[in-house]
Design a protein around this ligand. Structure first.
Ligand code: ADP
Ligand code: ASP
Ligand code: MG
Length: 470
């Protein structure tokens, strides 16, 4: 239940805007008008923003020597200036915002030059560089909102979100984050000012910048929403909410109006980029509402995420795909007698730093099969052959091998739990269309079924299964 204040306004809303929502003057104009409209409905608003679309990739390319520094710096300056020219009407405010943006660009160029001279970088420096896009964006966006008559102030989230030292994928300390967030944002609320906060970045105890992982601005919104706590967190993107499939791959994909946290967690984990998988937990724990909606179609309700959803029997709600994987199999009739094969296998995979999106083990224990990103396949196969050298010599293990490239197609829906035969329906639909299922696994929460198919058949599998959605 969202509380209302005496003025009839609702209390606190966190709005997060993704890269495409702020990537051009027209897009950012749209963001400014959404913020101005919601300021009339909510007493306290927090705006969280990503970098302009493509900027984080460019910054990482600059740091790794893939992009020319001078040319990239000019691109960054021009893109930000173009927006400032259109949306920041006051000349002094515009010049001040651009001064800050250019200062950040200079800082980044210096760091990238140092990396080039040293010939190496560190995760800590990479985080400082990768997060510069968000830092530049808040100065523009806050000034643009101010220009539209709404009091706004840029806030760099290193003074709000505290994390451990795990650079590039840092873990938040919720207690300290809550203390800092309230300390910084409550005084702004009491003056009616909208904080415009950097997504993606945080800081560790030493004050060094860390980041929350690629796509992590959604997670920033969840953390700040939970810390306040807000009544609602709205994630604004470039499509009408969570859809039945990636609309770039399936043109007939439609919005899923209500989605459970379990469903979205499976979708996000299995490749639906629309929401960062870590976003869900802080929001559930704080009991906050979560909505995914479209910056370019704000009247559309988008998708409302709920903790409990009455399962609709037999319903497949959405389908998602992960590409660029290979299956690795360890097999041998003697494996039954060898203790700890699975433990040693996954210990080895963990050492390679590859993540494993899917595991299947036949109950006969004569084989273990799992998927990993293709870029790790050769390395993992050779590490496993090393680890099991003795077992291979003794013929307890016959083979350790990787398939050609495959993909995972995952069907998601709470209703599958209570409906027998969904897996059968899915497999026969694929069989009838001559899509060969190489392996199958059911998610532990029983709201998803994942099928491994050859890379060349992923799109066909997606199309066939999308037709099963009523
Ligand atoms: P943002 O920059 O706003 O964070 P992202 O690019 O991270 O946006 O995520 C939005 C994109 O996710 C959409 O443009 C869409 O192509 C993609 N996407 C993949 N699967 C889905 C899905 N099931 N529903 C909606 N969007 C999806
Ligand atoms: N800008 C960051 C990225 O591209 C974070 C985000 O957009 O969520 O990964
Ligand atoms: Mg995103």
């Amino acid at each position: 239940m969202i509380s209302k204040t005496l003025t009839g306004k609702k209390e606190t809303l966190v709005m997060k805007f993704g890269g495409t929502s702020v990537g051009t003057p027209e897009a950012m104009r749209q963001v400014v008008s959404i913020v101005a409209a919601e300021k009339k409905n909510w007493r306290n608003l927090v705006v969280i923003t990503s970098a302009l679309s493509g900027v984080t990739d460019l910054l990482i390319d600059m740091a790794s020597g893939k992009a020319n520094l001078k040319a990239s710096a000019a691109i960054l300056q021009n893109r930000h200036r173009e927006i400032a020219d259109v949306l920041i009407h006051d000349q002094t405010a515009r010049e001040q915002a651009l001064l800050l943006v250019n200062k950040i660009i200079d800082q980044i160029v210096n760091l990238c030059q140092a990396i080039a001279i040293l010939g190496e970088s560190t995760p800590r420096i990479m985080d400082t560089i990768a997060s510069a896009g968000e830092r530049m964006c808040i100065y523009l966006l806050a000034a643009a909102i101010q220009s539209a008559g709404v009091a706004a102030q840029p806030v760099e989230a290193d003074c709000l979100i505290r994390t451990d030292d795990h650079y590039t994928d840092a873990h938040p300390d919720m207690e300290k984050t809550q203390e800092l967030t309230r300390l910084e944002l409550f005084p702004l609320f009491s003056q009616g000012i909208v904080p415009v906060v950097t997504g993606f970045l945080a800081a560790n105890d030493k004050g060094n910048i860390t980041t929350l992982g690629r796509g992590g601005s959604d997670y920033s919104a969840a953390l700040i929403g939970a810390a306040l706590p807000a009544d609602d967190v709205w994630i604004f993107t470039d499509v009408d909410g969570v859809m039945t499939a990636d609309p770039r791959l399936i043109l007939t994909a439609s919005t899923v109006p209500v989605c459970s946290y379990r469903e979205i967690a499976e979708l996000a984990y299995y490749g639906a980029k629309v929401l960062h998988p870590k976003t869900i937990r802080p929001v559930i724990e704080a009991g906050i509402g979560l909505r995914v909606c479209n910056t370019f179609n704000p009247a559309h309700p988008g998708t409302r995420l709920v903790s409990e959803l009455e399962a609709q029997a037999g319903i497949i709600k959405a389908i998602t795909t992960v590409r660029d994987l290979q299956l690795i199999t360890i097999e041998g009739r003697g494996m039954l007698g060898v203790p700890g094969v699975a433990a040693r296998t996954f210990e080895t995979v963990a050492k390679s730093k590859a993540s494993v999106p899917l595991i299947t083990q036949a109950s006969s224990e004569q084989s273990i099969c799992f998927a990993i990103p293709s870029s790790f396949a050769d390395k993992v196969v050779s590490m496993l052959k090393d680890v099991f050298r003795q077992e291979i010599e003794h013929r307890d293990i016959d083979r350790v091998w990787a398939t050609d490239e495959v993909g995972i197609v995952t069907v998601v829906g709470e209703g599958m739990k209570s409906t027998p035969g969904v897996a059968g329906r899915v497999c026969s639909a694929l069989g009838n269309s001559r899509v060969n299922v190489i392996a199958i696994a059911q998610g532990s929460s029983e709201v998803s079924i994942s099928l491994v198919v050859a890379a060349a058949q992923i799109q066909q599998a997606l199309q066939v299964l999308h037709q099963l959605i009523q």
